[in-house]
Design a binder for this molecule. Structure first.
Ligand code: FAD
Length: 426
């Protein structure tokens, strides 16, 4: 990717991002505890690592349990798919959290006894806790799409968890002949990163236009509307005319089954044979949430939006993609904001105080091309048991913005990524 990596001072010159950076960098108001408690956090992604880091130095013992020694971030991974960025730019370790005072256990949590307040790890250890925070992200729901399972994902990658799947999809695109057809399957809501499939379609289209201009991309969608739709569709018409065909639900876009050996995606209306198939299946909260008893029949975790405490199991909090967060989308920015608010709530509850009021910001940037960015922002507060939009506090990039605004937003996307990953892992 060609965009520059601005330092923090040059970032702050961009007026619009001052608010965003302020929200990212604001330190949670957590005092030092009188008596030390044990807080265990499961999942070292954007949500869990934020909680652990925010509570480090609070006087409580904070242990982060994470399956992988290296975290692979999804934001900007669509640029890796399009060959614009290297996968190692998505990698982050846990040394920064250790320096901040977090005890990090690289292990998988395999069981939770909410009654006894105990976590079991795959390595055999048992960890007691006073408060537990779950931030396991998503699991792909392999039961939800006929024909799609882990073996099928090796032929029709999802690339919805960054890593080997991301590079597999990139390699398949590189190997495809000019004139080939790429087909993407996009699920119904809710799923991780609502604008993510459309950013991916845009960057794949950018790659095809540059390297395989006779090719086309079909987006089979289980919805009739999507995030930043008018901005995406306006940009597709401008940058990639005739290249992307979007098929919404009412036009027969819902993929009901796949046939991996033939690379066929089946809808109620047609069978689509792909040269490269990118199947983003339905999702649910990471498996440990189900084992802990904090996920409901929807597969996601109902929480109290003021404290992120589970509505099903007291003493367990859930942040990030795994939670039912109302209007707040499943994004890294959201998981980070929820992580900070959850840490404040946990510290307050351990001290016998009332948790502070919650106000959260989310901004999602999408790249439509390496030098063309768009965004959506929202501000949220608890209302009617969920996180609700504060009316008039958010919005999207203007529909008719000149190209220098789009170029600036592409730079903000990179700057945002640098800032949030430094804040969490640096
Ligand atoms: P994760 O970040 O996935 O972290 C979960 C962690 O828990 C993982 O490290 C996992 O290994 C660990 N874990 C799970 N179970 C266990 C267990 N049992 N024991 C130990 N560890 C466990 N968001 C944005 O804000 N901006 C973007 O531009 C953006 N772009 C995206 C593009 C794509 C293609 C995709 C797929 C997503 C994008 N997102 C974006 C969304 C973002 O990646 C997620 O919303 C975010 O990662 C959620 O954070 P989380 O902490 O809930 O989960």
């Amino acid at each position: 990717m060609t965009a520059v990596r601005p330092d923090r001072r040059s970032l702050l010159r961009h007026g619009r991002d001052v608010a965003v950076l302020g929200a990212l960098l604001a330190a949670p108001r957590i005092g030092r505890a009188q008596g030390a408690a044990q807080v265990v956090v499961i999942g070292g992604g954007f949500g869990g690592a934020t909680v652990a880091r925010a509570l480090a130095g609070s006087g409580h013992r904070v242990m982060l349990v994470e399956r992988d020694a290296t975290f692979l971030a999804c934001p900007l991974s669509n640029a890796v798919v399009a060959g614009l960025r290297a996968l190692d730019e998505q990698q982050f370790g846990y040394d920064g959290l250790k320096r901040a005072g977090v005890t990090v256990a690289i292990d998988s949590a395999t069981g939770i006894d909410a009654q006894a307040r105990q976590v079991t790890l795959a390595g055999g250890r048992r960890l007691g806790y006073d408060r537990l925070v779950l931030a396991p992200g998503i699991d792909l729901d392999f039961q939800a799409l006929a024909g799609y399972d882990e073996a099928a994902a090796e032929l029709m990658p999802h690339a919805w968890k960054a890593g080997a799947q991301t590079t597999l999809l990139a390699r398949q695109l590189q190997a495809m002949a000019d004139g080939g057809t790429v087909v993407m399957a996009v699920p119904a809501n809710p799923y991780r990163c609502p604008p993510g499939p459309y950013e991916r379609a845009s960057l794949i289209a950018w790659y095809l236009k540059a390297h395989k201009p006779r090719s086309k991309l079909i987006l089979l969608d289980a919805k009739d509307t999507f995030s930043k739709q008018r901005l995406f569709q306006r940009a597709w018409a401008e940058l990639y005319p005739g290249l992307i065909e979007w098929v919404g639900q009412s036009a027969g876009g819902t993929v009901t089954a796949v046939e991996p050996a033939e690379r066929v995606l089946v809808t109620d209306f047609a069978r689509h044979r792909a040269d490269v198939a990118n199947v983003v299946p339905p999702q649910r909260a990471g498996r440990i949430a189900g084992l802990a008893g904090v996920a409901d029949r929807s597969g996601w975790c109902p929480i109290d939006p003021g404290t992120f405490e589970s509505r099903l199991k007291p003493g367990i909090h859930v942040v990030g993609d795994a939670g039912i967060m109302g209007a707040m989308p499943k994004s890294a920015f959201a998981a980070h904001a929820q992580g900070k608010a959850c840490a404040e709530a946990v510290a307050a509850l351990l001290a016998g105080r009332t948790p502070p009021e919650v106000r959260l910001i989310n901004t999602c940037y999408s790249l439509v091309a390496p030098d063309y960015g768009i965004s959506v922002a929202g501000v949220y507060r608890p209302a009617n048991g969920l996180l609700a939009d504060i009316d008039g506090a958010g919005g999207t990039s203007p529909l008719d913005a000149p190209r220098d605004v789009r170029r600036a937003e592409a730079r903000y996307a990179e700057a945002w990524f640098d800032t949030i990953t430094r804040d969490v892992y640096g």
